[in-house]
Design a protein around this ligand. Structure first.
Ligand SMILES: Cc1cc2nc3c(=O)[nH]c(=O)nc-3n(C[C@H](O)[C@H](O)[C@H](O)COP(=O)(O)OP(=O)(O)OC[C@H]3O[C@@H](n4cnc5c(N)ncnc54)[C@H](O)[C@@H]3O)c2cc1C
Ligand code: SF4
Length: 332
């Protein structure tokens, strides 16, 4: 049995109070829906000295603007999925949300927490395994030498090959969403495409947040009225499972040509993976399955598979091709 490290619990009544209580030494953690933070604390993997409950802060709800949504970070996944504008103008965001976790979890889990769930593999939360550079820096990577069937093939390093698990983040990266944060140094915005960090030598650093910074909102551009989008998630079982590979695709068409394309991959990379190479292949070209295959090939050109997860390189390409077929209606 693992003893949970004693910690102080603070319920913040105001944003400034939350930030002040968090400090800047990185020893505190925020608590939103708690669906992953508390799990990892019970496993003894996360050991904050202070847990700051932010659920009473006025950060819940969706502001509708002409071309964007401002989604408060405490909005639940289920609330965002149920938003009528999301259904009309961002259907792939709704698909990604409804294919995540379970309805019970989505009613608790927040958008901010979803974006900040740890990039992890099974060894990260298993403290009986000594080797995990993310949990114990410098200890090695248990997945590289052990089980890595579900691990990443893109954006990996010799330190860590864990996949980023958020489905929502894949669509938001494709949309060029922006994260609004605030901390001891005041508010700032960070483009989501630059927010996540590939592991490099230090996999414990997963994003650009400074210690104590809090996500207040996510700014999500709406797709053009005429755009078509789809999120396809392939997994070992049909529900309540993380992606082996996923593809978020949004296109506008001019007759039979692809006028514009937004493409991102999930389940195969250490960060939500924007596939700009695939977008370049698609943009302005005549839609065909052959074109989609070329785009998919470009999307995984930098893949670095290992013996058990080499199948993901092919799976990611097929997932992307199928998703493109679905949004364009082109099947030959
Ligand atoms: C069984 C299970 C299955 C799942 N399946 C899926 C799936 O298929 N797809 C998917 O995408 N996700 C899945 N998830 C992950 C789930 O979506 C996340 O656990 C959830 O979104 C986290 O949100 P939360 O509000 O509960 O965050 P918490 O657990 O409260 O926090 C998560 C992390 O974010 C930090 N944090 C939270 N809010 C903020 C904020 N506003 N600013 C700064 N830091 C913050 C916390 O300190 C913590 O580090 C699954 C989770 C479980 C337990
Ligand atoms: S892949 Fe990353 S999280 Fe998994 S054991 Fe290796 S270092 Fe740890």
């Amino acid at each position: 049995m693992i003893a949970v490290q004693p910690f102080e619990y603070v319920r913040a009544g105001a944003l400034t109070e939350a930030i002040g209580e968090a400090g800047t030494d990185g020893s505190a953690a925020y608590l939103a829906g708690g669906t992953t933070q508390l799990d990892l604390m019970k496993d003894g993997v996360l050991r904050p000295s202070r847990l700051i409950d932010i659920t009473r802060l006025p950060l819940r709800g969706i502001e509708h603007h002409e071309d964007t949504l401002i989604v408060g970070s405490l909005t639940t996944m289920e609330e965002l999925a149920a938003d009528p504008v999301v259904g009309r103008r961002l259907p792939f965001v709704r698909e990604a949300l409804l294919r995540s976790a379970s309805v019970q979890l989505r009613n608790m889990a927040t958008i901010g927490g979803n974006l900040l769930q740890r990039t992890r593999c099974r060894y990260f939360r298993d403290r009986t395994v000594a080797t995990c550079n993310k949990r114990a820096p410098g200890s090695g990577c248990g997945a590289i030498t052990g089980a890595h069937r579900t691990s990443a093939v893109l954006g990996t390093s010799t330190s860590c090959i864990a996949t980023h698990a958020s489905d929502l983040a894949v669509t938001l990266v494709a949309l060029d969403a922006t994260v609004h944060v605030t901390g001891a140094e005041g508010p700032r915005t960070i483009p989501l495409t630059g927010f996540y960090r590939v592991p490099g030598e230090d996999p414990s650093v997963e994003n650009d947040l400074r210690p104590g910074e809090l996500i207040t909102a996510i700014e999500v551009p709406l797709l053009p009225q005429e755009a078509r989008s789809h999120y396809l998630k392939v997994r070992d079982r049909a529900s309540y499972e993380f992606a082996l590979a996923s593809a978020a695709v949004a296109v506008t068409m001019r007759d039979t040509r692809v006028e514009s394309a937004r493409v991102a991959l999930g389940g195969v990379a250490t960060v939500p993976w924007r596939a700009v190479e695939a977008e370049a292949v698609l943009t302005g070209a005549e839609a065909s399955v052959a074109l989609f295959r070329t785009a998919a090939h470009a999307a995984v050109a930098g893949a670095d598979p290992r013996p058990q997860n080499a199948f993901k390189v092919e799976l990611a390409q097929r997932t992307l091709v199928r998703s493109l077929q679905s949004v364009t209606g082109v099947n030959s």
